[in-house]
Design a binder for this molecule. Sequence first.
Ligand SMILES: C[S@@+](CC[C@H](N)C(=O)[O-])C[C@H]1O[C@@H](n2cnc3c(N)ncnc32)[C@H](O)[C@@H]1O
Length: 677
Amino acid sequence: MMATTTRTDEPRDGASRCNRCLKVTTNNCGGCSGAPAYDKSPVRRVFYCDRNCQKADWDEHKTECRDLQSRKALRRAGIVLKAAMCQIRKNAYPLPVMAVQNGAEQITLKVSGGKGVGLAQRLHPFPAILQDDAGLLEAVLLYESSAESMVYLCNLVRALLDGLYTSILEVDVFPTSCKLRISATTETDTPKDLSHYVYKIALKNKETWVLDITGAQHGYPDTLFPWSEYTQERCGKINRQRSLGFYRNQPKYLLNETQRGAEGSAMAEERALAQALDTEIPKWGAEYGGKFTSLLKSSEVDFQAAKDRFLDQVEAHVQFSLARIFPNDGSKAVQPSSQAVQVKQDKTRTPTHKSRLYCIKAIPGKGQGMVATANITRGTRILSESPIFRVPRDEHNYHTLERIIGREVERLSRDRSERFFALHNTHGNNHSPALGTARTNALPLGPDAAEGGIFLESSRINHSCRQNAQNTWNANLGKITIHAVRDIKEGEEITISYLANSENHAVRQSRLRDTFHFACACELCALPVMLRRQSDRRLDRIARLDGQIGDGVHIVSTPLSCLRDAHELLRLLEEEGIGDARLARVYYDALQIAIAHGDQARARVFAQRAYAARVVVEGEDSPDAARVRKYAERPAAHRLFGTTMKWRQAVTKIPLGLKGDEFENWLWKKAKGRLSS
Ligand SMILES: C[S@@+](CC[C@H](N)C(=O)[O-])C[C@H]1O[C@@H](n2cnc3c(N)ncnc32)[C@H](O)[C@@H]1O
């Protein structure tokens, strides 16, 4: 798996020539890169070797660049609007969904009977099902939502696209070629949307596009299409074209309480929520100096951060508005603070993007990286994330890998595919961009797992040999979790270790250079020589002890020496400042030594410590934490229990009167500072 370097004057994959001086470069024009193609004409990618060439070439490039920038802004508007609509529906779903059954191309929602639901219960929070499949969740959230989206989003569309368009129409189409069908089963018949509503947008550059915000329900997660492509490929018939705001202002939405009837009151609720959200638009826009469109125009990383911030604000205001519109449904209207993102340090909770503890930004000498946006205490879950796809780790045939990864990449939505290709690729032209990017970014899905996962955020975390965070695959959640293994200060880079074991400086450097193509300059690698030698000696000893303790024969035949090794290992880990899962593993080893010889008292204490250490670095929902907890409750459940009964002792023998060193001496079987048999 070693990369080779080639010297050539031809541009490598992902590189081209500067538009001005023709030097080979990989720097895209940041303004227009990522713009979508229009009517199947490929987009010319423009490169500049530096700012000077870019400035000097501006007169030549500006018309093309501005046209492409409006397309790119439109694509991003589609992403933001769809996410906002999902956010609204997560909190205000018109069906009480109990379960979701997922067939190949057919999804069935099991909903509870709709009879007798009152005004306050009509809009339901969406249950926490499907949370591991973002695409499916999105499709279900958007089920039968296209008319509703016209009501909720029309003023947001106007504000976001201000200055980009010459006209926006609300178009009622009859969709064909749906790739996905969703239906709901209920005691009462759910009315079906016969039409599908999209925005037809004429840009100032004379291109006409479709924004289909809710197409994911039909299996089309992308939101932006050239008008001609959309009408040819996606819809059989265009029913009506109306001006922007038509559906929002329909007379039936304006009926009063007594005139509404059942259908009218549902619409009135939607309208009330839409109005409540509209009142926030100027405030949201104020963050961008009143030009909401600016949210769409920054670099990719800044756009993602701004989008997430905006979605937090949308969610906070949907919840606040619902509580105000339905004051009797038990929830309280709590005015969200002007900063929707409030960070609380709570060790056990998993932050959603509502309380994002990090941002992704450029790190000198490392490309992009993850940085703490608040002080984070040890044990905090910084994030959890599903992979966008998985890659085999034990497949060494690059042609096979290429095929597997190519298939996965093809299945991604356009947005995800672009974000995937925006990840770092350290393999240059040794592989195709897809294989190179996948190999650079795959994180293991378990300690010896046959698969790795590609993550849009976690894959941005850089390495440190003295890392402050740990990545763990949580099979229960189907997500990777990142936990702080040390206290992390606001502004500090969040790092994980790319290496599985405790290795000395030379071995670490050579592994990182061969596999990840960088020379590590972390605080451990940058220690003065004397301190580095001390650290290396400790790490070598840690590796040796770790190997010895893992030997089952040693546990059975020389348990006391094994326990001594475990105790020394623990001390060395502490001296070396290592606070990750290796601590939990030593306590687990000690548990195995004790229980294999019938000592349930010590086994319980070791299991409790292993559990506590596991929870800190993986969380209470970690399968490993749950497994160890079981042994803390009943040590005799361990499969090694009673291999011998040399140390036989019941759990009741934990000495309650001992404290501090005395207790430790008992635990590690040390008599007067020495280990006893
Ligand atoms: C999974 S990516 C991490 C995110 C990456 N920095 C980016 O810009 O997206 C792995 C690559 O990041 C870079 N990297 C990670 N840790 C680094 C470090 N400590 N020093 C320098 N480069 C590092 C290396 O190029 C490595 O191959």
